[in-house]
Structures are given as C-alpha cells and as structure tokens.
Design a binder for this molecule. Structure first.
Ligand SMILES: [Zn+2]
Length: 382
C-alpha cells in the first residue's frame, strides 16, 4: 500500500545559517532556505520554542537549571564529599546520569556537567519530561506533539537518545513498513557535537554535513518510493560561533569579600553567568565587579523582555551577565576549558542564526525559530 502524502522534518542541531550558506547542503531536497533568528540561551530554550511556537517566558524553559528551594536533585548533595576529579569525570558522571534517569523517572535531556553537587538543593532541572512527547511543559503550553496526539495523526519521532545512523536506518524501515505514517520528526545532535570541536575547519565541517545530507537524501528517496507526495523540512535551533578566548568571571566574583551560598548564588554557564542576591550590598559589589569586565554585558530587564526570556520571579537569574560573541566563561560549570565553538551568545550575532530549508517556498518567510512550529503545523495540515 502506498501512502498519499508524508512530511519529513529533519532537525539538525547547530546547523547555522552562515554554515548552511557557505556549504549549501540539502539543496536537492529542500531548496528554499530561510535565515532564522534564534532565542537567547541554549538548546534547552531553543528546542521548546521550535516545538511550541512560543518564547521561553511563555513555555517556561530557558536555562537547563533554575533556582528553587524545593529541588528534586537534593538527594545528590552527598556527592559534594567526593573529590572533583572523580565526581566530574565522565566515567563517574555518565553512569551516575543513567542511574539518576532511572530512579527519578525524568525523561528530558539534562546533564550535571561540573556543577558543584553541594548546590543541588538550590537548583533543579527544567526539562524533566521528554519534550518530544505530549504533555512536556509544566506551564501547560502545548507542543506539536500535543497537537498530533489530539488529532490522532500517525507520526514517528527520533531524538537525542538514538545515534545518527541508527535513527535514519529505523526511519527507512518505518517508511517502508508503516503506510499510515504521515509525519516524521528526526532530531540529531551529531552536528552540534562535531561543530563544538571543529568549527572553522571548513573541510571537516563539509564532510560532517555531507554525512547527514546523504542520510537525509536516502530517507527522502525511500519516502518518494513509498508515498505520493513528500514534503521536506531541514532546520536547526541555532548556529555555532568560533571561540576566541575565555574570561575568568568565576575568579573575579570569587575574589570579592562575599560568600557564595549565603551572600549570593552564581550559576556559571558557558556564555553567561546568572546571579541571585541575598542582600543589596552583594548585588552592588557584584554589579561593580561585572561592570569592570570589558568582554561582557549585564542584560537589562528590557533586553530580557525583548528576547522573550524575562521571568518575573527571577528563577533563571536576578541578574544575567552575557559574554561578548566568542568569549567564554572559563572556567564554568560546563568545563575547565572552553570548546572551539560555542552557541548561546547574543541572537544578533551572524553566527547565532539558525536556518530552515523547505521543499516548498514559504510565505510568510519563517524568520524566527518559533515560526518552525507554524510551518510544521501548516505542512502537516495541508
Ligand atoms: Zn551545542
């Protein structure tokens, strides 16, 4: 039996507009390319925006961790007594994460990185549920998966839990054996991981993109064999910026006559530092120190509102210090040293932009990653 129509959506994490413009991948299956503005933050903010069509201040997911006094991670605190070189080593951390996922039942994407375990009664994970399934958001914001479930539309999804080649192999089988299939969303983190290490090495980047491209082309060919009409989308959540150096924000703040934990709290992400204050003196001293750093900016409430990441209760930070494009917070809770490429700088920077490529010409143009939701909805409903 041949299906009438299918929509294939390929979500290639970190395939930026600039890289897509230089390498022109996916032209044979999705020739119409659109530059998209991303959201300020990381994939844990951008992906929910793509899946819901809403900004972080609405769907509620911005940072991977938010400030709370009722953290479900508090049972990890005894690990603060294990030496850092053991507890933060991947041979310890990876099994710990697997164990934690099993015992907590959390199905979303998270990592403990190098966050001091003593802080886990102050911070909790935002993405506790699989965002590629219905009912993911505590805010109640519906995603495309709630829509698909409500409409009973036959679809399949592959996410970060399945390696690249495996997910495409499974997709090809599904295209052949599931004639009722109408929509596919296949997410891959492969290029994101690759670009963190290799951005700027154009030859290596071209090869990595070609590897994804071959898989996409093969899947589209299989879909065409088994379907009447095939529509294709290839899109991303953000780009990748080559890093130029690091800035020891942690050292600068740590040298103040303030106690971390009692006077203030600081969460050191790779491109921003987020602060909470117990009293005004702490706020003033930290603001003064940050204003002395010339490679970053304190974001105003207006900046945050404009980017759709303002939260009145300050759960993601009462003050956000954002590094200039290319400069990392080093060291940070993400690592001792920075990678070659990073995202999470200002969405205004040319290397921050995401891309959406489509088999159909789109009008209006999807100029922001939140428009990807509308595009998917429209194509599926057509
Ligand atoms: Zn990344």
């Amino acid at each position: 039996m041949r299906r009438e129509r299918i929509v294939l959506a390929f979500f290639v994490d970190a395939l930026g507009w600039e890289i897509a413009r230089r390498h022109r991948p996916f032209e044979s299956v999705a020739p119409h390319a659109y530059r998209q503005r991303t959201v300020l933050g990381y994939s844990c903010a951008a992906q929910p925006t793509i899946l819901t069509g809403e900004m972080p201040s609405t769907h509620g997911h911005w940072g991977m961790f938010y400030r709370t006094e009722r953290s479900e991670l508090a049972n990890l605190r005894p690990l603060r007594f294990v030496p850092p070189f053991v507890v933060h080593h991947r041979r310890f951390r990876n099994p710990l994460l697997r164990w934690h996922r099993r015992q907590s039942g959390f199905t979303g994407y998270y990592n403990f990185y190098r966050i001091p375990y003593g802080l886990f009664d102050r911070y909790d994970i935002c993405e506790k549920n699989d965002i590629y399934a219905p009912g993911a958001f505590a805010s109640g914001t519906p995603s495309i998966f709630d829509d698909l479930a409500a409409e009973g539309l036959p679809h399949r999804t592959w996410t970060w839990t399945t390696p690249l080649e495996e997910s495409f192999a499974e997709l090809e089988v599904a295209l052949t054996t599931e004639p009722e299939l109408r929509f596919v969303l296949l997410y891959t983190a492969f290029l994101d991981g690759f670009l963190h290490d290799h951005v700027g090495d154009e030859e290596a980047v071209a090869e990595a993109i070609a590897r994804v491209e071959r898989l996409v082309e093969s899947a589209v060919e299989r879909a065409r064999e088994t379907s009447g009409e095939v529509e294709v989308l290839v899109f991303s959540d953000h780009g990748m910026t080559a890093t130029v150096g690091g800035c020891d924000v942690m050292g600068t703040i740590g040298s103040l006559e303030l106690a971390h934990g009692s006077d203030y709290l600081a969460f050191y992400d790779s491109t921003m530092a987020r602060f909470w204050f117990t009293h005004e003196t702490a706020r003033k001293e930290i603001v003064d120190a940050l204003e002395g750093i010339d490679r970053g900016t304190i974001l105003t409430d207006d900046d945050l509102k404009r980017e759709g990441v303002y939260f009145e209760d300050g759960r993601f930070g009462e003050l956000i210090f954002l590094m200039d494009p290319g400069t990392l917070v080093v060291p940070s809770y993400m690592g001792e040293r920075g990678p070659r490429g990073m995202h999470g700088f200002t969405p205004d920077h040319e290397d921050s932009h995401a891309v959406l490529m489509s088999s159909l010409r789109l009008d209006p143009e999807p100029a922001h990653i939140r428009d990807t939701y509308t595009v998917m909805r429209r194509l599926v409903a057509a």
